[in-house]
Design a binder for this molecule. Structure first.
Ligand SMILES: Cc1cc2nc3c(=O)[nH]c(=O)nc-3n(C[C@H](O)[C@H](O)[C@H](O)COP(=O)(O)OP(=O)(O)OC[C@H]3O[C@@H](n4cnc5c(N)ncnc54)[C@H](O)[C@@H]3O)c2cc1C
Length: 576
């Protein structure tokens, strides 16, 4: 008989008991604010509101960050290329956010990353790109930047940094700094910080309609995708933060104010050892740019920009997308990367506010907040990096509509969960590793995911030391993480852990299939899965992986919905 897991019962612990309590509160209380959607925007809105003293409810139809917020390039950046579009205010704002995230809000989740820009034309290109990165650094300085500034490299210097570059057309390079984040884990940390301040967060809750008194929206109807039960959530104000689903949710309110377009971007994941480089890289493409970004033992390489009209929950890369990325990458490498070298692929949808241009890469990345109907505010557009500003602008508008009564936003000084105590623990990481029978590298990787929350995660090992074994297929992850995800991080399904709490689904050639077998019984122990639930979870995960692989073999777009190859959606489990 195994020892029971410790109880995690603080508001910040998003586990089964907390979910039940949130559902009970939804039907019994009136909230100041209901937030629909828990991507980074909705999570940010919830945190801004809760930290100003509002009583907040958040409903997410699938998993936290299951939409675009787990599928980005994972850069916290000003966007060097927006300078070319002369969008200085957007770049300056985003660079200020970069500094805040690196220094105050999420220092354990957001890390500096170096990029090399290879030059292939003499003089004019160095002058042009050099002026751009110099301006980038200058704007960053205005926002409190502490990262090193850019530097010019000779051809020899560039090859020293990236020996894998093809020297033939190379004339030199520029190197500059930006920052990166594990987007899904960061969004989770924002949501949990909001929960710690009293927000009631529930996943697998899809808004299917609105509650109305006269012409005023006074809440929403949400259906639980686990049980089919519907609840009415009463709220003085509702925020629609549903990214590429914005139009659908507006339609539920009988409105159709601004169009949000979905633009697909894909990334491939390639083992780091196959491209010898000490730095990330950015190269120009005819439409935009291509990034090669360090990611644990891999490179993340992307992205693309094409229209997507299929299932928004399951965008997938096609063969054409993959070949596009490979061709652009190989145009600068000495030894080409082939499709067989790819260990993972993912696709995401940019929520773009419709602008004048038909080409999606030219649509605005800036956000907008607007009153859709009395009692309903919508926020959309923007980029991951600026989620905090989007959230502040939204809640400012909501509070104005409510007639005031709440504090000013203070999220720029508010560290996320896991920041407090992190630095001291980092200093002590060797002894932490020794006490728990882990390597220092494993503890460092854990601290990069949980910050000071690592103490809670490792605390589970006291009663269950066998969980210090790593996931089959990846020594980056420890089994206890799957248990913690179900106990405290709102994970309800295998896919939540394999795709977002960990990123094993894009980091290993088997896409986490071996790990699935090992962690399913552990998650089932927390979530009460019987044999048939366990079998259904495994079957669905396998089908999802197969649907993704199948889409990648097709030249045209197909969704990666497992239902396409016959498996029921695990969130509705064929019951609804
Ligand atoms: C390929 C790509 C690369 C990118 N790279 C970067 C980058 O490097 N840096 C950067 O700053 N930005 C980047 N972005 C942009 C950034 O990722 C997005 O702007 C951001 O993640 C959008 O977050 P969101 O919360 O608005 O949307 P989402 O994350 O999609 O969240 C919306 C949520 O609403 C939920 N929802 C929808 N309908 C309902 C309903 N009826 N009821 C309940 N819930 C519902 C969805 O399930 C979803 O979870 C990138 C985007 C893409 C596609």
């Amino acid at each position: 008989m195994s020892e029971p897991f410790p109880a995690f019962d603080q508001p910040r612990h998003l586990g089964p008991a907390q979910r039940e309590q949130a559902l009970a509160e939804f039907s019994s209380s009136e909230f100041d604010l209901l937030v629909i959607g828990c991507g980074v925007t909705g999570a940010g809105v919830a945190l801004d509101a809760a930290s100003r003293g509002m009583k907040v409810a958040v409903v997410e139809q699938r998993d936290i960050a299951s939409g675009t917020s787990s599928r980005s390039s994972k850069l916290i950046h000003g966007g060097l290329r927006y300078l070319e579009q002369l969008n200085f205010s957007l770049v300056k704002e985003a660079l200020r956010e970069r500094s805040l995230l690196l220094q105050t809000v999420a220092p354990y989740l957001v890390h500096p990353v170096r990029f090399l820009y290879p030059l292939r034309h003499r003089i004019w290109e160095r002058l042009y790109v050099g002026a751009g990165v110099a301006l980038y650094d200058a704007l960053a300085k205005l926002g409190g930047n502490k990262l090193p500034v850019h530097r010019h490299l000779t051809r020899k210097g560039a090859l020293k940094e990236i020996p894998a570059l093809d020297p033939v057309s190379l004339v030199g390079a520029l190197q500059y700094y930006d920052a990166q984040v594990d987007d899904a884990r960061h969004t989770l940390a924002v949501a949990r910080t909001a929960a710690g301040m009293g927000a009631q967060v529930a996943t697998s809750m899809r808004v299917t309609g609105f509650r109305q008194e006269g012409d005023k929206i006074t809440g929403a109807v949400a259906r639980c995708l686990e049980t089919g039960v519907e609840v009415e959530v009463r709220a003085r104000h509702v925020v629609n933060a549903t990214g590429v689903w914005t139009d659908l949710v507006e339609e539920l309110a009988g409105q159709d104010s601004v169009e949000v377009t979905a633009s697909k971007g894909i990334h491939i994941v390639v083992p780091q050892k196959l491209i010898r480089s000490a730095t990330g890289m950015i190269i120009r493409t005819e439409k935009s740019v291509l990034f090669m970004i360090p990611w644990s033992q891999n490179w993340i390489i992307g992205t693309t920009d094409t229209k997507w009209d299929l299932d928004k929950a399951h965008p997938a890369a096609s063969q054409t997308d993959i070949q596009y990325v490979l061709e652009r990458l190989n145009s600068v490498l000495l030894s080409p990367i082939s499709e067989a070298d790819i260990v993972g692929v993912y696709a995401g949808l940019r929520p773009l506010l419709t602008g004048e241009s038909d080409a999606t890469s030219k649509l605005s990345r800036e956000h907008a907040v607007w009153a859709t109907a009395p009692g309903l505010t919508t926020v959309a557009g923007g980029k991951y990096t600026t989620y905090r500003v989007m959230a502040k602008d939204t809640i400012d508008a909501v509070i104005e509509d409510l007639g005031g009564g709440f504090r000013e936003s203070a999220t720029e000084r508010l560290p996320l969960i896991g920041v407090e105590g992190y630095e001291q623990l980092w200093t002590d990481r060797a002894s932490l590793a020794e006490r728990h029978g882990l390597s220092v590298r494993q503890v460092e990787r854990l601290m990069g995911r949980y910050g000071s929350g690592v103490v809670e995660v490792l605390g589970i090992l006291r009663s269950r030391p066998e969980l210090s074994a790593h996931f089959p297929g990846s020594d980056d992850y420890v089994l206890v993480e799957a248990v913690y995800a179900a106990l405290a991080e709102a994970a309800l399904h295998l896919d939540d852990v394999l795709t977002r709490r960990t990123r094993i689904s894009i980091e290993t050639p088997d896409r986490g299939l071996a790990a699935a077998e090992a962690i399913a019984p552990l998650m089932g122990e927390v979530l009460g899965w019987d044999d048939s639930a366990l079998a259904r979870e495994l079957a669905h995960y396998r089908a999802r992986v197969e649907a993704e692989r199948d889409s990648q073999r097709q030249p045209d777009d197909h969704t990666a919905d497992a239902a396409r190859i016959g498996a029921p959606d695990v969130r509705t489990a064929g019951r609804l």
